[in-house]
Design a protein around this ligand. Structure first.
Ligand code: AHG
Ligand code: MN
Ligand code: MN
Ligand code: MN
Length: 333
């Protein structure tokens, strides 16, 4: 009956035993991110009663309205990482500039973190899933110094770890390292993330596609052609199911478990795409590739190969099951 499951801490310590030479710093960092997300989770759960809903009356650096929970999540993550000794700096979707931690222990840490503290914030008011996305790089600047912008502007292929927390019907933390993708579910009775989805692999094929079809006529012709691959034109064709939650974390989580493709192309005023390279697309692409999937920015470029030139840069993305992304890539060429 009472099957003993491993907690996040137990699992990462177990991993250390398997890899002698590992310092445990990344495990410590993942634990701290897990801790911050548990604090966010408490607030997300009571958002309905706690007058924390709605706009905070400000706009973020990208000109979007900031919801109160975005701010809360941003503050929690930053303060937890500031207290942590495993992180020398953080860049967030909600802050114009990166933050360098200047105490001696933090400055001696080798990792920087980039994050979208609250993804899918448009879903808050309607009680639909939201998430947190994070990305970890090894700093390029020397240990013991203040971290620099260059530490944050590395191509996604250089990530050490990346993942997300989904605040859904249950709260889960899913993360990838260079070795594997692991999924943990929050057990509210003990307040711990417990290993529930070991060694996640994305199905190579699926019957689900996800894209905002509201913008269909605003997409480039080759993108419309790619979407048309999944739209049955008569009864003889293979039929696909369409899903669009409006929260990248949810789309990626579904894709990871059930397979499929999620697309966010260029349209209208979003001439470089809407989703952010450093906070959203890089971490999700790293995770998807580690799970056996694929992620591209267009017909030519693997997303993880792109070298960011600025923190808040945007990028189009096509991500998910290998066969489906391959088919789209062919069409986009
Ligand atoms: P954020 O809440 O962090 O600003 O990101 C929301 C993003 C993304 O998660 C989602 O896929 C997209 O916005 C949905 O936008 P549209 O509804 O305009 O397509
Ligand atoms: Mn936002
Ligand atoms: Mn987002
Ligand atoms: Mn956000």
């Amino acid at each position: 009956m009472n099957k003993r499951v491993m907690t996040l801490d137990e699992f990462t310590i177990q991993e250390l035993r398997n890899y002698p030479g590992a310092t445990g710093q990344l495990s410590g960092l993942l634990r701290d991110i897990g801790l911050a997300s548990k604090r966010v989770n408490v607030e997300v759960n009571k958002a309905g009663i706690a007058d924390i809903l709605g706009e905070a009356g400000k706009t973020n650096v990208q000109g979007e309205a900031v919801k109160k929970l975005d701010e809360f999540a941003n503050d929690q993550l930053i303060s937890t990482l500031r207290n942590s000794i495993y992180c020398c700096g953080v860049a967030s979707e909600e802050n114009e500039e990166f933050i360098a931690f200047e105490d001696e222990l933090s400055m001696n840490s080798k990792y920087v973190v980039l994050m979208d503290p609250l993804d899918g914030s448009g879903n808050i008011d309607v009680n639909v899933s939201i998430g947190t996305i994070f990305s970890v790089y090894r700093r390029l600047s020397p240990n013991g110094t203040r971290c620099t912008l260059e530490d944050f502007l590395q191509p996604g292929s250089q990530q050490i770890a990346a993942g997300y927390i989904i605040y859904g019907s249950s709260t889960m933390l899913v993360y990838a390292t260079r070795r594997s993708v692991q999924g943990f579910t929050l057990d509210p009775s003990i307040g711990e993330f417990c290993l529930s989805h070991p060694n996640l692999k994305v199905p190579e094929d699926s019957d689900i596609f996800s894209v905002n079809v509201g913008y269909y006529h605003l997409y480039e012709e080759k993108v419309r052609n790619a979407i048309d691959l999944f739209m049955a034109k008569d009864n003889t064709q293979r039929v696909y199911r369409h899903r669009f939650v409006g929260c990248m974390v949810s789309e990626i989580h579904r894709t990871l478990i059930q397979g499929g493709i999620f697309m966010y192309p260029i349209f209208g005023k979003y001439t470089q795409g809407r989703l952010r390279l450093c906070y959203e697309c890089n971490p999700m692409s790293f995770l998807m590739e580690k799970a056996g999937g694929m992620a591209i920015a267009d017909g030519e470029r693997r997303l993880l190969d792109i070298k960011p030139t600025e923190l808040h840069q945007r990028i189009p993305i096509f991500i998910g099951s290998k066969n489906m992304v391959e088919a789209v890539k062919e069409t986009l060429r």
